[in-house]
Design a protein around this ligand. Sequence first.
Ligand code: HEC
Ligand code: HEC
Ligand code: HEC
Ligand code: HEC
Ligand code: HEC
Length: 170
Amino acid sequence: MDEASRWGTPSVLTTAHRSAGDAFRAFFDIRTDPEQPVAFSHQLHLSKELVCTDCHEGVERGPVAGLPSVNTCLICHSQIATDRPIIQQITKLQEQGRDLAWQRVYGYPREAHVRFEHAPHIRSGVECSTCHGDLSQQTVATRVVEMDMAYCVNCHKAKQASNDCLTCHY
Ligand code: HEC
Ligand code: HEC
Ligand code: HEC
Ligand code: HEC
Ligand code: HEC
């Protein structure tokens, strides 16, 4: 059965997607190569000795890593590279009380009822790169790891973490 007929809406979902998960994500606008509102570079920032938690503040503490607001950018950029057009654009946004609308790269549609938590993985020593690839080689993030259910379950089996359905689903 092809995917369009599986999901029953061939006019919306095309058969070009590799898996049902991909079709879902396309439908919910989570993209492999999203267009971000400004040209951000992980490569440049990580070459300046920044660490992930400078911008993804929640990742060690809770379920969600979080994406930086203009306020986070301006913790540094109220002093650094203030003459650059992008920084001036961001400064103006903050003055207007507006923010950057980052498009999501990873994630699941609500319909998949997936529950993911960062903190227990970081505590157990699972590296960011295991699930997201090497960000020091990426400008904006691209989805280089396909985190389908088998991907999660196989590691949980190997590391003797729980594979109860309700560990990962609600
Ligand atoms: C075991 C796999 C795994 C590891 C390890 C991991 N992530 Fe994630 N990450 C995910 C998944 C899955 C999502 C999507 C979660 C969702 O949308 O429910 C995600 C989402 C994100 C997001 C999007 C915003 C958010 O909070 O959902 C950021 C940013 C992120 N991860 C950063 C990191 C950083 C930084 C590290 C290391 C400190 C890290 N991740 C380690 C699997 C992982
Ligand atoms: C913890 C500090 C810090 C944070 C937070 C930070 N940056 Fe930077 N950023 C830097 C440093 C350091 C440089 C390198 C400056 C240089 O080499 O002149 C840089 C450089 C840049 C440049 C390149 C300027 C150029 O043309 O060379 C841009 C654009 C930029 N940052 C955007 C952002 C955005 C957008 C955010 C928020 C999402 C952000 N930065 C958050 C420290 C930070
Ligand atoms: C200077 C700020 C900054 C630093 C440091 C930083 N990031 Fe990011 N990250 C961002 C911004 C801004 C975005 C949103 C644009 C994009 O998708 O690239 C983002 C997006 C991401 C995403 C995509 C999340 C999603 O689902 O949309 C992942 C994964 C990620 N970062 C991982 C990391 C990891 C791992 C590190 C450390 C090795 C790191 N980042 C360091 C600013 C930063
Ligand atoms: C590379 C190995 C690895 C991958 C990949 C992985 N996990 Fe985990 N996961 C772990 C480990 C190790 C723990 C911690 C178990 C503990 O604390 O006893 C964990 C814990 C969790 C927890 C918390 C469980 C609890 O009882 O608090 C959730 C939820 C979870 N994982 C969901 C996921 C999901 C969803 C995915 C796929 C997107 C995933 N994991 C991918 C290794 C992994
Ligand atoms: C370690 C985490 C984990 C466990 C345990 C887990 N799932 Fe999943 N499951 C996922 C993730 C992540 C997805 C989303 C996959 C995607 O969108 O690519 C998913 C997707 C699904 C889907 C949607 C169809 C699909 O394959 O995309 C069903 C149905 C499902 N899971 C049922 C179950 C059942 C039943 C159990 C218990 C026997 C279970 N899952 C245990 C992580 C898990």
